[in-house]
Design a protein around this ligand. Sequence first.
Ligand code: 13P
Length: 257
Amino acid sequence: MRKAFIAGNWKMHKTVSEAVDLVTALKGALEGVEDCDVAVCPPFVALDPVRGSLEGSTIGLGAQNMHWEEEGAFTGAVSPTMLQGMCDYVILGHSERRTIFGETDEWINKKLHAALSHGLLPIVCVGENLEQNEAGETVAVCGGQVRAAFEDVAADRAVEVTIAYEPIWAIGTGVPAHGEDANDIIRRAIRDVLADLYDEDVAEAIRVQYGGSVKPHNVVEFLSQKEIDGALVGGASLKADDFSEIVKKGLAAHLGE
Ligand code: 13P
């Protein structure tokens, strides 16, 4: 059974002192929670202070993005070398990076290689927009994003990756996908594609999260699905009470309790 993995993507929220307050509250709220990987992904400037606050805790730390080059004239960018040793995870290809900042599948593939070669555990986001969803293109779009991201990634490294299925129309809208639909898309657009790229063992080993309006009241609907191993939580990860409730309820659902 794949271990549950619930991560909070704080996006462009929280000053450094607010980030430290939030993670300090979370640490207390999640004390004693085992059998689940939990991570927070604050903005870059808060990574180091949050890391300090997390000392002695099992909560992991992730960045929200990175460049693929180790250094160079890339104003405003942060490299894998800078994140190495600073955090455990890095989110790659979030739909906001793709749509607002113009990131391409090719970039995301380069970032995936760079993350893996610098000891960072990638969370690769895929997802369709409303138009693609309504046109029946979801499996083709998401499957294509998975194929492109994993190009030339060896099987023994691929299993270190987590994939987050985040339908764009569900992000920040308060309108989540239905659990069964997300489960079906993950089977057909992610696991079947991974089985084709690698084999069934790799497809079954990779953890897949659902993201898009996950809240304490709906997390069970997702984490009780066979193909869904966790959640990538945006808005509800900004409050310690909500996020810890999501972790506890989600973990129980995943374990079939
Ligand atoms: P919301 O939970 O705010 O919908 O955001 C989801 C998301 O984009 C996480 O990466």
